[in-house]
Design a protein around this ligand. Structure first.
Ligand SMILES: Nc1nc2c(ncn2[C@@H]2O[C@H](COP(=O)(O)OP(=O)(O)OP(=O)(O)O)[C@@H](O)[C@H]2O)c(=O)[nH]1
Ligand SMILES: [Mg+2]
Length: 175
């Protein structure tokens, strides 16, 4: 999973919570590609010069996550962000325990960006983390080239539900 979001949004803490670790503050100085996570520094999302780099990292991931704290003061992500990301885009709202939390507003920002799933987590207590882990452990359906091309012809992503299933000629030539 690739994590992007402003400084202090809780990206590194989220990686710790997903591993069941106690939170320990560590400012991200460069993009960490370790284990199953790509953890970027918030400055990438905050600068128009660096933000292009985020698009490149997204190609290395199975899932791209926008991470925003529940008490985030402003939104860094534009509308329909998902249209140039060739992976499922999800939103993770951290700091749900904040006294200044405004979760409906953050959800709206994430929906506008095109997030197909939105998770609410508290990295301190681990609340909501299991739901995210369950989502991440779902295996995508393997596709044949024919099946991928058919989905593409309908304008669908490879992971989108397929209304009506495949036509007979694809089912027989596939698998
Ligand atoms: N209360 C609360 N604090 C959190 C939560 N998640 C993170 N924090 C705190 O928020 C601060 C910033 O967290 P980080 O995970 O370092 O933020 P980051 O997005 O990785 O920041 P950069 O590395 O600068 O991009 C730390 O002091 C964390 O302890 C949460 O769910 N609840
Ligand atoms: Mg960090």
């Amino acid at each position: 999973m690739f994590l992007m979001g402003r400084t202090e949004a809780g990206k590194t803490s989220l990686t710790q919570a997903l591993k069941g670790e106690e939170l320990h503050y560590e400012k991200t100085q460069y993009t960490n590609i370790s284990d199953d996570m790509i953890d970027s520094p918030g400055e990438y999302a905050e600068s128009k010069y660096f933000s292009l780099g985020l698009a490149c990292f997204s190609f290395e991931a199975d899932v791209v996550a926008i991470v925003q704290a529940a008490d985030e003061p402003f939104n860094l992500f534009g509308q329909c962000l998902h249209t140039f990301i060739l992976r499922p885009l999800i939103g993770v709202i951290t700091k749900t325990d904040s006294s200044n939390a405004n979760i409906p507003m953050i959800r709206l920002w994430m929906e506008n960006a095109g997030c197909e799933r939105i998770f609410e987590v508290n990295n301190r207590t681990g609340e909501g983390i299991q739901e995210l882990l369950d989502y991440l452990s779902e295996d995508p359906e393997p596709l044949t080239l024919e099946q991928a091309k058919y989905r593409q012809s309908l304008g669908l992503n490879e992971w989108d539900p397929l209304p009506g299933g495949y036509p007979e000629y694809i089912r027989t030539s596939g698998s």
